[in-house]
Ligand binder design. Structure first.
Ligand SMILES: NC(=O)c1ccc[n+]([C@@H]2O[C@H](COP(=O)([O-])OP(=O)(O)OC[C@H]3O[C@@H](n4cnc5c(N)ncnc54)[C@H](O)[C@@H]3O)[C@@H](O)[C@H]2O)c1
Length: 455
């Protein structure tokens, strides 16, 4: 009997979504066009980091492979033999500002060809608003020869989880849901109730599509605001984090903190999705400007690093920079549009010699070092772009003593400087600016020590 769920697209969202469904007792057939990925998954291998209740996603995957609740295939036809519900999580990549619709539309054409009367197609991908009615539903109809809303159900419920918390959030977040018909929406809710304890908010297809993009665009704007505040604080010579902390004591103010930029598959793509949904005469300058500001953040960081190196008689060009953390955010090995990678490229373009280390990111870039020790050896500057758990227990004072001194420390995560303080290094000043650090005499047998701060 065809009662199972097929999840189409087994990436950062589709795989944990499949396994969250398995955790709730469902039997899931995962489908992906990437043969290598499917082969790895069948062998119980995944690089997606979504720990849940102290267990790695890889361990959860192995449990559900062993129990038979999860299987993976490249064949939609094979999935359709056992599934009557198809949850689609294939995304729309963006290059520059151009949205690449082909992977999702190809998936929809393939899916249409295996649909049978009575099936449900539930799209969870983030879309260019309007795509459900303009592209997806008509393609499902023509490829299947069936009438949507009458012969099969079709619905949209955008996925809202954050990477790193996905397994938990699939089961707890509220869901915005829309169907082609009321019956389609009801059927989608019936399926999603098996996954989440959150509330359901029914709306139209267009509002559901827009709401997801707007959620992400709002974060892009708020992050851009934080980056502008950083520039303002710098001009005033004050600590931007203290400034934000003070402003946030007002009950109606909720400022975010600046960083090195914003990456991943969601927030940076929101503007392109929104812009692609509007007629060419429409302008959305606020969203466009926010995107530009956030893309400039790693350039600003590189300029600050250069200025600080000048203070110790060095230049970025020719300097050796140790870059720690390559993921798009703390605790993530997702390097899609990662500002850390962007920062590394900018540093290299400006003539720096970059060595980067992130224990969670597979060797891929020529500038990746094999260990923290190798990364930091003889560095003129150390910059922290994303914090990984393994950094918590690294012997920092010992490692940093091996760098060139004076050492510029760009502690964007404010994790390294506190640990140096603990090791009796003297640190002062604004935490958003790079420090100039010299190890204190008693802190290292290898080099002379003292810490000085850039004003
Ligand atoms: N990553 C996030 O944090 C996040 C959060 C919320 C929503 N989303 C949305 O979820 C969707 C998926 O994002 P992701 O990060 O998992 O993307 P991803 O690129 O990691 O995964 C997409 C998967 O789809 C597969 N695929 C491509 N074409 C296919 C086809 N024709 N048939 C079957 N599989 C195909 C790819 O091989 C890949 O494994 C996107 O729309 C994204 O915007 C992502």
């Amino acid at each position: 009997m065809r009662t199972h769920v097929a999840v189409v697209g087994l990436g950062y969202i589709g795989l944990p979504l499949s396994l969250a469904l398995c955790e709730r007792g469902e039997t899931v057939i995962g489908v992906d066009v990437d043969e290598r990925k499917v082969d790895e998954l069948r062998r119980g291998v995944t690089h997606v980091m979504e720990p849940y209740r102290g267990e790695s996603l890889e361990s959860i995957l192995r449990r559900h492979l062993a129990s038979g609740r999860f299987t993976a295939t490249t064949s939609l036809a094979e999935a359709a033999e056992r599934a009557d519900t198809f949850i689609v999580t294939v995304g729309l990549p963006v290059s520059g500002e151009v949205v690449e619709k082909t992977p999702l539309l190809a998936c929809i054409n393939d899916l249409g060809r295996v649909l049978t009367a009575g099936d449900l197609v539930l799209i969870r991908s983030t879309l260019v608003p309007g795509m459900m009615e303009r592209d997806i539903i008509p393609r499902l109809a023509s490829a299947s020869g069936l009438v949507p809303g009458r012969d099969f159900h079709v619905a949209y419920a955008p996925e809202r989880v954050a990477e790193g918390r996905a397994m938990e959030e699939f089961q707890t977040l509220d869901v915005v849901v829309a169907g082609l018909t009321d019956a389609c929406a009801r059927r989608a809710v019936d399926v999603l109730k098996r996954l989440t304890d959150g509330q359901f908010h029914k709306t139209s297809l267009r509002v559901a599509e827009l709401s997801k993009v707007v959620e992400n665009a709002q974060r892009d704007v708020n992050i851009a605001l934080a980056h502008e505040l950083k520039a303002v604080a710098e001009q005033h010579g004050v600590d931007v984090y203290e400034l934000i902390r003070m402003a946030n004591t007002h009950p109606r103010v909720r400022l975010l903190e600046p960083n090195i930029g914003v990456g991943g598959f969601c927030i940076p793509n929101a503007y392109a999705y929104l812009a692609a949904s509007l007629t060419s005469e429409e302008h959305i300058p606020l969203f466009s400007l926010a995107r530009q500001i956030n893309l400039l953040a790693p350039h600003r960081a590189a300029r600050q690093l250069d200025e600080t190196l000048h203070r110790v008689g060095k230049r970025l060009s020719g300097a050796r920079v140790a870059l720690l953390g390559l993921g798009m955010k703390d605790g993530s090995n997702d390097i899609r549009q990662s500002p850390a990678i962007h920062f590394a490229d900018i540093l290299a373009e400006r003539g720096a010699s970059v060595a980067a280390f992130d224990p969670t990111v597979e060797p891929y870039f020529p500038f990746q070092a094999a260990s923290l020790e190798d990364c930091l050896a003889d560095a003129d500057a150390v910059a922290i772009a994303a914090w990984q758990e393994a950094f918590d227990t690294a012997p920092w004072p010992h490692l940093l003593a091996r760098c060139q001194h004076p050492l510029v420390v760009f502690d964007l995560k404010r994790r390294l400087v506190p640990s140096l303080k603990q090791a009796q290094w003297q640190i002062q000043g604004n935490s958003h600016l790079p420090y100039i650090a010299l190890p204190a005499p008693h802190a290292s047998a290898e080099r002379d020590c003292a810490v000085e701060m850039v004003p």
